[in-house]
Design a protein around this ligand. Structure first.
Ligand SMILES: Nc1ncnc2c1ncn2[C@@H]1O[C@H](COP(=O)(O)OP(=O)(O)O)[C@@H](O)[C@H]1O
Ligand SMILES: [Mg+2]
Length: 309
């Protein structure tokens, strides 16, 4: 295991009440494995990624353990964490337009990361930045390095974000919706690129796009209202989904006629009693309203949180 998350909780206290964004999650990632984290908007995916990289404001309550290699990331100093964030774990953020500095040349932005974390001098870092742009298949990288983010298309900006994430050769990548907002052709190019550049790396791929997950993931975890409800090898999720939420989610794909799951996901401040999915579940029984189901291993490596599975 390169990453082992146990009993992780991330709670925000807000004027409206406690937001239980991540509410007792167990999840592991092996070396070179890509694990997909899938779920509707607002279920806590980004917060989980930001908890692992410790990029949340310090007032956030975080409990549990996040073991990266041998180290509990929740126990180390900010200085040590900053080193890990640069050299070991990279987060490719959701929105390239807000993550890139608009007044700094693209090459310089990547070079700065490299200088900071690898101690290269200015010239070597600039050269490496150009190499990184080439490695994510940006044409004429030495020219493009001198341009500003607004001169790049959405797909090219996403490539820059990937180059920046890979610049320090991390072992673990957390990619948050790396194909969001891209048109179909560009999306498939980015999928292909991610597949190539992460072959030797472990990745947590956050997405609400099942086609992206299908193309890239070895295992998939479905998240609903702050917790995981199903986790299994990717093939089993697509061919034999067991949780009603997973089935509903697969059913809402365009090729299945886009039948959305009825109802809305619950507020993370007022979670339903019993199974969190029961108000939207067509198979809900009396016990589902009363008791919160645990994760059960129904087959080797296939976990489901449902009394009916
Ligand atoms: N800093 C914060 N303070 C309070 N609530 C937050 C904060 N960040 C995220 N949330 C809440 O946590 C929940 C999960 O958000 P998020 O992880 O962004 O969802 P997802 O990425 O799955 O769409 C949402 O209800 C969001 O409003
Ligand atoms: Mg998100």
């Amino acid at each position: 295991m390169i990453l082992k998350i146990s009993k992780l909780k991330t709670h925000f206290s807000t004027p409206d009440g406690l937001v239980r964004a991540v509410d007792t999650i167990d999840l592991s990632i092996r070396e070179r494995e890509t694990v997909g984290l899938i779920g509707e908007t607002g279920c806590g995916k980004t917060v989980l990624g930001l908890t692992i990289t410790r990029l949340l404001q310090s007032s956030t309550t975080v409990k549990g353990t996040i073991i990266y290699k041998e180290t509990n990331l929740l126990k180390i100093s900010e200085t040590e964490m900053r080193r890990i964030r640069g050299d070991e774990i990279a987060m490719i953020l959701q929105n390239p337009t807000t993550s890139l500095n608009p007044v700094m040349r693209v090459g310089e932005q990547i070079a700065e990361v490299i200088r900071l974390h690898q101690g290269l001098n200015k010239k070597d870092a600039a050269e490496k930045a150009i190499k990184m742009l080439g490695s994510v298949r940006i044409p004429s990288p030495s020219q493009r390095a001198n341009e500003y983010p607004h001169e790049f298309s959405g797909g090219m900006k996403q490539r820059v974000m990937i180059a920046m994430g890979l610049a320090c050769n991390p072992s673990l990548i957390i990619a948050d919706e790396p194909t969001k907002g891209l048109d179909v052709t560009i999306k498939s190019q980015i999928i292909k690129l991610l597949k190539e550049v992460t072959k030797e790396k472990a990745m947590l791929l956050i997405t609400h796009d099942l086609s992206v997950a299908r193309a890239l993931c070895d295992r998939i975890a479905l998240m609903y209202a702050g917790e995981l409800v199903e986790c299994a090898p990717a093939g089993e999720i697509f061919d034999a989904p067991r949780h009603p939420y997973t089935r509903g989610f697969l059913g809402s794909l365009p090729r299945n006629g886009l039948v959305p799951i009825p109802g809305m996901s619950p507020s993370l401040i007022n979670l339903p009693q019993g199974c969190r999915f029961h108000p939207r579940c067509a198979n809900a029984k009396a016990i589902c309203k009363r008791k919160h189901p645990g994760m059960t291993e129904i087959e080797d490596g296939h976990f489901v949180r449902c009394f009916d599975a």
